[in-house]
Write a protein of this length. Sequence first.
Length: 238
Amino acid sequence: MIRSRANGAVSSGAAGAGARSAASQSSFRAVSTTDSLQGSIAAPGICRNGLRVCVLVVAAAVAVARLDALLVSDLLTDPKMSPKRFASYFRDFKFEMHPFDVQDPDEFLSRQSGDCIDYAVLADYVLKRKGYGTRLIRVEMVGKNMGHAVCYVTQSRAYLDYNNRDYFISLESCGPSIREIAAKVADSFDANWTFAQEFSFDYHTYVRHALLTVVKTDPPSADPDLASSQTPSTTPKP
C-alpha cells in the first residue's frame, strides 16, 4: 500500500497480495526473533522479563524508525523531483532479493533494501506523475540465469539502474529502442542478452503486463518498437 505522510493512512488503494504477504513476513520475523531469543536463555523469571523488555524496546525503536522513513508521498511532493534527484534518495540502499516480484513501495523505502525491479517500478510510478515519459524494460541474460529491470526516461535519453544508484553518474545514457537498452544493460553485466521486454506494473492490482518483446536473434527490422524508437525525442531535461 502507499501511505500518506499526514496520517499514515492508505492514500491510493490497497497494494493487494504482495503487501499482505510482506506484512505476514514481517510478523513471522518478529515472532521468530522473540522465540529464538527466549529459547536461547534458560534463566529465572526475572531474566525472561528483562528479555521481554529488551524485545519491546527494540520493537519500539524499529517502529519509530519506520515512522521517520521516507514515504512514496514524500517523493511525489518533492517540487524538485527529476531522474537524478530520484536516484539520489537511494544512494545508501542495500541490495536484497525478495521472494515477491515487487515489494510494497513504502516497505521498500522503510527497509532501505530491495532489488532492481523495486527501484525501476517505483521510478516509473513517481517520475510518470511528474510529467516524464518512462518505460519499464526487463532484460534476460544468458549464463547469468537472471533478468534485470531498468526504468528508461525518454526526455533524458537514459535509464535509471539500481546498480548505479550510489554513483555520481546515476543515469545511463542510451538510445530509446528496446534492443539498444538491452545491449547496454547486458554490457554492464559483461553478459549476452537473449530477449528483452517492455512491461507495465500497477501497484493497486500488483499485476505486471508484458507490452513489447524483442528477441536478440530476430532481425532488428522486425522489432515491435522500431517505429516509436525512430520518433524524434523531446529536448532532454537536465
